[in-house]
Design a protein around this ligand. Structure first.
Ligand SMILES: Nc1ncnc2c1ncn2[C@@H]1O[C@H](COP(=O)(O)OP(=O)(O)OP(=O)(O)O)[C@@H](O)[C@H]1O
Length: 560
């Protein structure tokens, strides 16, 4: 009897055991354990708000600045420490076979085209791009005023880290984010409670993503400058590129092109070559000296795009200014293809005048190269979007050179045959300390009859805005007053006979010509209410403004 009871109990136990939740075969397990989309979105929101917590509060920055202790640690040492805390030694970064790109204009474009070309050659690519990497330490080291910035992306932060051209999915972002965050958080007690700032964190995370995915190449854009940038922890890039240099962030980098070249050329590395585009002599002299100082194997100018033998494809990235960028991307990728598994040892020859650099040879373009140039897409740069009777021309130009290039591109797109029934509108904003007048003047040649100003805020109701667009450092009211100041500046230009633009306007300057809106949604609604058969809107002045416009127009990261 006792044994029968025992047997029944054993059978019940066995039954229960057999019915327990089983582990699935690995392939299906990962799939079915993926959280539901809404859960992914929620996890993503939590990760983003934790990441936003790393945006250094302006008050804390001010305190650090007064204490001056941030100056004691170099950016290299700081990044080295963060990387080591997540289990990466700086030497491991050699496995990334990096292409490292700095410059004032066109860094993002050159990185995008280089990545596209190498992907068309069937390599597994990583791409890390930033609009800005203004780490507090740069402004502090250089004793410059603190500049406030929004997060560095158009729609969502995950678009900044790409594998094979695709932004990380929300699910991937969450899992890499927590992996890196928890390693740093668990070790903070050993390091004076230090956590990396927002931009440094993203850099550490990007490197971690690329190493764990064993990419063949990582194309990495410098955030700001070069010498003191967090990406300059890359000690052994395969090749470096320096795009067009101009006057931007002069309060941080210095007032002359020579100073700017010193910073941007600071990514050159010993025994590694660098390529650059045609520049003003002062910039070339600065770059050349810096390349020599750092022991680069060579610094060469890229040849004109038209000199490459054979037919050239239509470039995926539009605008005349993309032509030298394309040649730089060709030289970087060609060099990478031939040399990514070997090392170089020559140094820049010193017999040459500083501003007279050798020009690299053009080469016949194979299908992979032409596909890379043709298929490259880079959202927010010279992009055209149709919505009903409104055509948006989106370009994130925000320096005098790029705004001039943008105006030229916009005019080249205008079909003057329908001039009468087409209303041309400028939607504009600036960030930081940019000189609005300097940026607006080239745009005055474009024949706009309406000028709309709004902050880089998608919706005036904060609950409707993505957490990805949160800045702890810029208040909504300061953005609004900045936008009213821009409107005032525009009115001034319109009424200023000496500005050389008065004769462009058929009607006298009036209140209605300019308008300030509280948000992008408000501004776009204003475009829709016009009775003109067609409305063309040039959106420019800030890449963040472009991001907010794209968000209101319903773009998602997957559309980029
Ligand atoms: N060589 C160039 N000369 C002038 N403008 C350019 C050039 N290359 C790109 N641009 C324009 O500059 C803006 C930013 O382009 P891109 O993102 O490629 O440059 P970036 O150097 O990464 O910019 P950022 O200043 O945002 O870091 C876009 O409006 C683009 O059309």
């Amino acid at each position: 009897m006792q044994s029968r009871t025992l047997l029944r109990a054993s059978c019940t136990w066995l039954e229960t055991w057999l019915q327990r939740p089983r582990p699935r075969p690995l392939s299906t397990r990962l799939e079915s354990m993926d959280p539901e989309p809404s859960e992914i979105d929620e996890n993503y929101r939590v990760a983003i708000s934790t990441l936003n917590g790393l945006q250094t509060n302006a008050a804390v920055l001010e305190q650090i600045r007064r204490r001056g202790d941030d100056r004691m640690v170099s950016e290299y040492n700081r990044m080295q420490q963060y990387l080591e805390r997540v289990g990466i030694a700086p030497a491991d970064l050699a496995q990334l076979n990096a292409v490292h790109v700095s410059g004032t204009k066109g860094k993002g474009s050159v990185c995008a085209v280089t990545e596209s070309i190498l992907r068309c050659h069937d390599f597994k690519t990583g791409l890390y791009v930033l609009v800005y990497t203004l780490s507090s330490c740069i402004s502090i080291i250089l004793k410059a005023p603190i500049i406030h910035l929004r997060s560095p992306h158009l729609l969502e932060v995950r678009e900044r880290i790409r594998l094979n051209g695709q932004p990380l999915s929300r699910g991937e972002f969450v899992s890499y984010f927590w992996d890196v965050y928890s390693k740093l958080n668990n070790t903070r007690h050993l390091y004076n409670d230090a956590m990396p700032s927002y931009f440094r964190f993203l850099t550490v995370m990007a490197f971690s993503v690329f190493l764990s995915n064993k990419v063949d190449v990582a194309v990495v854009e410098v955030g700001i400058g070069g010498t003191h940038d967090s990406t300059n922890i890359i000690e052994e890039p395969v090749v470096c590129g320096i795009t067009s240099l101009g006057y931007d962030h002069t309060d941080i980098l210095g007032p002359t092109l020579f100073d700017i070249a010193w910073h941007k050329g600071g990514i050159c590395k010993q025994h590694r070559p660098a390529f650059t585009v045609e520049q003003r002599p002062e910039a070339l002299t600065g770059l050349s000296r810096r390349a020599r100082e750092l022991g680069a194997s060579s610094l060469s100018l890229v040849p004109p795009l038209a000199s490459y033998p054979g037919p050239l494809p239509e470039l995926g990235l539009k605008g005349k200014h993309q032509v030298p960028n394309a040649s730089l991307a060709l030289q970087l990728s060609s060099y990478w293809l031939q040399n990514h598994s070997s090392t170089q040892s020559e140094c820049v020859s010193s017999g040459r005048a500083d501003s007279a650099l050798p020009t690299a040879a053009p080469f016949p373009l194979t299908q992979e190269f032409t596909d890379g140039l043709r298929l490259c897409r880079w959202a927010g740069r010279n992009q055209v979007v149709e919505r009903g009777n409104v055509t948006y021309y989106l370009d994130g130009a925000h320096t005098p050179e790029s705004v001039a290039a943008c105006a030229e591109w916009f005019l080249s797109q205008m079909d003057t045959s329908h001039k009468q029934d087409t209303l041309r509108v400028l939607l504009f904003n600036t960030t930081g300390k940019r000189d609005t007048r300097t940026l607006l003047l080239p745009l005055m040649e474009c024949g706009f009859s309406r000028f709309v100003f709004c902050p880089n805020i998608s919706h005036s109701e904060d609950t409707q805005n993505s957490p990805d667009h949160t800045s702890h450092m810029v208040t909504q009211s300061s953005q609004l007053s900045h936008c009213y100041a821009n409107q005032e500046c525009c009115k001034h230009i319109l009424s200023d006979k000496n500005a050389g633009v008065a004769d462009v306007w058929e009607e006298p300057a009036s209140e209605e010509k300019t308008r300030a809106c509280v948000s992008v949604a408000d501004a776009l609604q204003h475009m829709d209410t016009h009775s003109a058969a067609r409305v063309v809107v040039l959106v420019t002045g800030s890449l963040h403004l472009i991001g907010s416009v794209m968000s209101v127009l319903g773009f998602t990261v997957e559309d980029l």
